[in-house]
Ligand binder design. Sequence first.
Ligand code: G4P
Length: 290
Amino acid sequence: MADINFEKMNIQWFPGHMTKAQRMIEDSIKLVDAVCEILDARIPNSSRNPDIDRLAAGKPRLIILNRVDLADPEITAQWKKHFESQGIKILETDAKTGKGVNGFVPALRELLSDKIAEYAAKGQASRPLRVMILGIPNVGKSTFINKVAKRKAAVAGDKPGVTRGKQWISIDRGLDLLDTPGILWPKFDSQEVGEMLAITNAIKADVLDKETLGANFMLRLREMYPDALTQRYKFVPDSDMNGYELLEEAAKKRGFLVSRGEYDIERMANTLLGEYHDGKLGRISLEKPE
Ligand code: G4P
């Protein structure tokens, strides 16, 4: 696969953020009864904080696999099994429509049943449970919290570069969520992780790099979901073609002609990434558990 020049990408995250994020998690973790990570179900590996196992050691854990509407259901089931085998509880959600969100409070109550009993024994039955919510930007944290709170508690939407402080959000039914917006952690020492985050829109690639990103994405699709390419772009991906040639083939089928015999690969890369984002290629996951 071609190398992506991440220097050229409009990346708003850098190692300083990583350190800041770790410190914020370390400081806050003492305040909570449980840690809830929201992951993108299509890339549970790349959307995880790489140090979370160390940072959250000893705390009850819940992982929310969000965007299940866009993920491959079979692979989501594999991830569920994978995390559960590590003693982590899993909830699958589509925060946009709210599907699965109702399971959140019951899942927490089950996870924290010992804590609830302990509070009750101390005569503190009304003491709210405190849960830290973690997730990379754009994973759906605000949307999820708003659905849980059944009101507009957190601001959802595109807000690149905006780093707000942490805040407590009180939910009915004795639950306080610690929202940690602006916690940004991905490490870009791996091209793989950077690429996964760019393909799923967690970070923005600039126009120049979108071509390479689109070409590499084509190769992944040919390997994992060749039928999706055939159905959407009406060609059978040839195993000898490189990513740019696959983009060109799709551009031909779409009629993205720039001059005689020359097709607009950049436009095709944008189209491909946009259509993946909108779920038009079908339910496609990019990472499987090891
Ligand atoms: P954040 O707080 O973690 O930064 O994310 P936020 O809630 O702002 O969500 C980012 C975008 O992702 C929002 O769309 C939101 O509607 C969408 N989203 C959240 N959860 C899900 C889900 O489970 N499935 C799907 N399909 N989408 C989800 P947006 O602001 O309109 O942007 P766009 O990404 O849709 O263009």
